[in-house]
Design a protein around this ligand. Structure first.
Ligand SMILES: Cc1cc2nc3c(=O)[nH]c(=O)nc-3n(C[C@H](O)[C@H](O)[C@H](O)COP(=O)(O)O)c2cc1C
Length: 196
Protein backbone atom coordinates (compact mmCIF):
# COMPACT_ATOMS: atom_id res chain seq x y z
CA UNK A 1 0.00 0.00 0.00
CA UNK A 2 1.39 3.40 -1.03
CA UNK A 3 1.42 6.09 1.66
CA UNK A 4 1.27 9.84 1.00
CA UNK A 5 1.15 13.03 3.03
CA UNK A 6 -1.58 15.35 1.77
CA UNK A 7 -1.92 18.97 2.89
CA UNK A 8 -4.70 21.43 2.15
CA UNK A 9 -3.54 24.98 2.88
CA UNK A 10 -5.54 28.20 2.98
CA UNK A 11 -5.69 29.13 -0.70
CA UNK A 12 -8.83 29.26 -2.79
CA UNK A 13 -9.78 25.94 -4.41
CA UNK A 14 -9.69 23.29 -1.66
CA UNK A 15 -12.34 21.50 -3.73
CA UNK A 16 -9.50 20.55 -6.10
CA UNK A 17 -7.50 19.16 -3.19
CA UNK A 18 -10.48 17.13 -2.05
CA UNK A 19 -10.95 15.73 -5.59
CA UNK A 20 -7.29 14.67 -5.80
CA UNK A 21 -7.47 13.23 -2.28
CA UNK A 22 -10.51 11.10 -3.12
CA UNK A 23 -8.76 9.66 -6.16
CA UNK A 24 -5.49 9.10 -4.31
CA UNK A 25 -7.29 7.16 -1.57
CA UNK A 26 -8.27 4.51 -4.13
CA UNK A 27 -4.69 3.24 -4.13
CA UNK A 28 -2.99 4.74 -1.08
CA UNK A 29 -3.34 5.59 2.56
CA UNK A 30 -3.05 9.27 3.32
CA UNK A 31 -1.85 11.37 6.27
CA UNK A 32 -3.93 14.52 5.89
CA UNK A 33 -3.05 17.96 7.27
CA UNK A 34 -5.60 20.77 6.90
CA UNK A 35 -4.43 24.26 7.88
CA UNK A 36 -6.67 26.20 10.26
CA UNK A 37 -7.31 28.81 7.57
CA UNK A 38 -8.24 26.10 5.11
CA UNK A 39 -10.97 24.69 7.36
CA UNK A 40 -12.87 27.97 6.97
CA UNK A 41 -12.25 28.20 3.22
CA UNK A 42 -13.48 24.61 2.79
CA UNK A 43 -16.65 25.65 4.60
CA UNK A 44 -17.01 28.93 2.65
CA UNK A 45 -16.28 27.58 -0.83
CA UNK A 46 -17.44 23.98 -0.66
CA UNK A 47 -20.03 24.05 2.12
CA UNK A 48 -18.21 21.23 3.94
CA UNK A 49 -17.68 21.57 7.68
CA UNK A 50 -14.81 19.42 8.93
CA UNK A 51 -14.24 21.34 12.15
CA UNK A 52 -14.96 19.61 15.46
CA UNK A 53 -14.03 19.71 19.14
CA UNK A 54 -11.07 17.30 18.97
CA UNK A 55 -8.66 15.87 16.41
CA UNK A 56 -10.34 12.47 16.75
CA UNK A 57 -13.71 14.07 15.97
CA UNK A 58 -12.25 15.88 12.93
CA UNK A 59 -10.81 12.58 11.67
CA UNK A 60 -14.17 10.87 12.16
CA UNK A 61 -15.91 13.57 10.09
CA UNK A 62 -13.29 13.40 7.32
CA UNK A 63 -13.46 9.59 7.20
CA UNK A 64 -17.24 9.68 6.99
CA UNK A 65 -17.10 12.30 4.22
CA UNK A 66 -14.53 10.38 2.18
CA UNK A 67 -15.98 6.97 2.97
CA UNK A 68 -12.69 5.39 4.04
CA UNK A 69 -10.57 4.71 7.09
CA UNK A 70 -7.39 5.00 5.03
CA UNK A 71 -7.16 8.71 5.88
CA UNK A 72 -5.35 9.79 9.06
CA UNK A 73 -5.88 13.36 10.16
CA UNK A 74 -2.92 15.31 11.62
CA UNK A 75 -3.35 18.67 13.35
CA UNK A 76 -1.20 21.39 11.74
CA UNK A 77 0.14 22.29 15.20
CA UNK A 78 1.13 18.73 16.12
CA UNK A 79 4.84 18.89 15.41
CA UNK A 80 5.21 15.41 16.96
CA UNK A 81 2.95 13.75 14.36
CA UNK A 82 4.52 10.78 12.48
CA UNK A 83 4.92 12.83 9.27
CA UNK A 84 7.20 15.24 11.15
CA UNK A 85 10.03 12.69 10.97
CA UNK A 86 11.98 11.39 8.00
CA UNK A 87 12.08 7.96 9.64
CA UNK A 88 8.33 7.68 8.96
CA UNK A 89 8.36 6.33 5.40
CA UNK A 90 6.10 7.91 2.80
CA UNK A 91 5.95 7.87 -0.99
CA UNK A 92 5.74 11.65 -1.21
CA UNK A 93 3.63 14.67 -0.40
CA UNK A 94 1.01 16.89 -2.05
CA UNK A 95 0.02 20.44 -1.03
CA UNK A 96 -3.24 21.18 -2.90
CA UNK A 97 -4.03 24.04 -2.98
CA UNK A 98 -0.88 25.77 -1.76
CA UNK A 99 -1.12 29.33 -0.42
CA UNK A 100 1.67 31.81 -1.07
CA UNK A 101 2.43 31.75 2.67
CA UNK A 102 2.91 27.97 2.70
CA UNK A 103 4.87 28.18 -0.58
CA UNK A 104 7.21 30.71 1.02
CA UNK A 105 7.56 28.61 4.18
CA UNK A 106 8.50 25.53 2.15
CA UNK A 107 10.87 27.42 -0.18
CA UNK A 108 12.70 28.92 2.79
CA UNK A 109 12.73 25.92 5.14
CA UNK A 110 10.79 27.88 7.76
CA UNK A 111 8.79 24.87 9.13
CA UNK A 112 6.33 27.03 11.05
CA UNK A 113 3.68 24.29 11.20
CA UNK A 114 3.28 20.59 10.38
CA UNK A 115 2.56 21.25 6.68
CA UNK A 116 5.85 23.11 6.27
CA UNK A 117 7.75 20.63 8.46
CA UNK A 118 6.42 17.60 6.52
CA UNK A 119 7.34 19.29 3.22
CA UNK A 120 10.81 20.09 4.58
CA UNK A 121 11.23 16.44 5.59
CA UNK A 122 9.96 15.24 2.19
CA UNK A 123 12.54 17.48 0.50
CA UNK A 124 15.46 16.47 2.72
CA UNK A 125 14.62 12.80 2.24
CA UNK A 126 14.52 13.29 -1.55
CA UNK A 127 10.92 12.10 -1.84
CA UNK A 128 8.43 13.41 -4.45
CA UNK A 129 6.81 16.71 -3.48
CA UNK A 130 4.05 18.50 -5.42
CA UNK A 131 2.73 22.00 -4.78
CA UNK A 132 -0.39 23.41 -6.43
CA UNK A 133 0.15 27.15 -5.84
CA UNK A 134 -2.99 29.31 -6.20
CA UNK A 135 -2.82 33.07 -6.57
CA UNK A 136 -3.66 35.50 -9.36
CA UNK A 137 -1.53 37.25 -10.48
CA UNK A 138 1.76 35.92 -9.15
CA UNK A 139 4.32 38.44 -7.85
CA UNK A 140 8.05 38.10 -8.48
CA UNK A 141 8.39 36.82 -4.89
CA UNK A 142 5.89 34.01 -5.57
CA UNK A 143 7.61 33.14 -8.86
CA UNK A 144 11.07 33.13 -7.27
CA UNK A 145 9.86 30.79 -4.53
CA UNK A 146 8.38 28.46 -7.16
CA UNK A 147 11.54 28.55 -9.28
CA UNK A 148 13.71 27.77 -6.26
CA UNK A 149 11.60 24.70 -5.49
CA UNK A 150 11.30 23.62 -9.14
CA UNK A 151 15.11 23.61 -9.33
CA UNK A 152 15.13 21.21 -6.38
CA UNK A 153 12.85 18.85 -8.29
CA UNK A 154 9.56 19.88 -6.67
CA UNK A 155 6.55 19.57 -9.02
CA UNK A 156 4.90 22.97 -9.37
CA UNK A 157 1.40 22.23 -10.67
CA UNK A 158 -0.86 25.30 -10.44
CA UNK A 159 -4.62 24.88 -11.00
CA UNK A 160 -4.56 25.93 -14.66
CA UNK A 161 -7.35 24.39 -16.76
CA UNK A 162 -6.94 23.00 -20.27
CA UNK A 163 -9.61 23.35 -22.94
CA UNK A 164 -8.63 20.63 -25.42
CA UNK A 165 -10.79 18.07 -23.59
CA UNK A 166 -13.84 20.32 -24.24
CA UNK A 167 -15.00 20.91 -20.66
CA UNK A 168 -18.70 21.71 -20.27
CA UNK A 169 -18.80 22.20 -16.52
CA UNK A 170 -16.71 23.38 -13.56
CA UNK A 171 -16.65 19.72 -12.53
CA UNK A 172 -14.93 18.83 -15.83
CA UNK A 173 -12.29 21.50 -15.19
CA UNK A 174 -11.71 20.29 -11.63
CA UNK A 175 -11.32 16.71 -12.89
CA UNK A 176 -8.83 17.82 -15.56
CA UNK A 177 -6.69 19.79 -13.10
CA UNK A 178 -6.89 16.98 -10.53
CA UNK A 179 -5.91 14.43 -13.17
CA UNK A 180 -2.90 16.51 -14.23
CA UNK A 181 -1.81 16.77 -10.59
CA UNK A 182 -2.01 12.96 -10.23
CA UNK A 183 -0.17 12.53 -13.56
CA UNK A 184 2.65 14.71 -12.21
CA UNK A 185 3.10 12.27 -9.32
CA UNK A 186 2.78 9.19 -11.53
CA UNK A 187 -0.55 8.07 -10.07
CA UNK A 188 -3.07 6.25 -12.27
CA UNK A 189 -6.56 7.72 -12.68
CA UNK A 190 -9.31 8.14 -15.24
CA UNK A 191 -10.37 11.68 -14.41
CA UNK A 192 -10.09 13.13 -17.90
CA UNK A 193 -9.97 11.97 -21.50
CA UNK A 194 -6.42 12.04 -22.83
CA UNK A 195 -5.52 13.69 -26.13
CA UNK A 196 -5.82 11.06 -28.91
C1 LIG B 1 -11.53 33.11 1.12
C2 LIG B 1 -10.02 33.21 1.12
C3 LIG B 1 -9.32 32.86 -0.02
C4 LIG B 1 -7.93 32.95 -0.06
N1 LIG B 1 -7.29 32.58 -1.20
C5 LIG B 1 -5.94 32.61 -1.23
C6 LIG B 1 -5.27 32.17 -2.40
O1 LIG B 1 -5.87 31.75 -3.40
N2 LIG B 1 -3.92 32.18 -2.38
C7 LIG B 1 -3.19 32.59 -1.27
O2 LIG B 1 -1.96 32.55 -1.32
N3 LIG B 1 -3.82 33.04 -0.15
C8 LIG B 1 -5.17 33.05 -0.10
N4 LIG B 1 -5.83 33.46 1.03
C9 LIG B 1 -5.01 33.95 2.17
C10 LIG B 1 -4.46 32.81 3.01
O3 LIG B 1 -5.54 32.07 3.53
C11 LIG B 1 -3.58 33.35 4.15
O4 LIG B 1 -2.38 33.89 3.61
C12 LIG B 1 -3.25 32.29 5.18
O5 LIG B 1 -2.44 32.88 6.17
C13 LIG B 1 -2.57 31.09 4.59
O6 LIG B 1 -2.20 30.22 5.65
P1 LIG B 1 -1.88 28.68 5.42
O7 LIG B 1 -1.03 28.57 4.21
O8 LIG B 1 -1.15 28.28 6.66
O9 LIG B 1 -3.18 27.98 5.29
C14 LIG B 1 -7.21 33.40 1.08
C15 LIG B 1 -7.93 33.74 2.24
C16 LIG B 1 -9.31 33.67 2.26
C17 LIG B 1 -10.04 34.04 3.51
Amino acid sequence: MMRYIFAISGASGPIIGIRVLRELLRSAEVYLIVSSQSFSIIREEAGIDWQAGSDAAVEKKIRAFLGTKKVFYCNENDMAAPVSSGSFKTDGMFIVPCSMKTLSGVANGYTENLIQRAADVTLKEGRPLLLCPREMPFSAIHLENMLKLARLGVKIAPPIPGFYHAPVSVEDMIDFISGKILDSMGIQHSLYRRWK
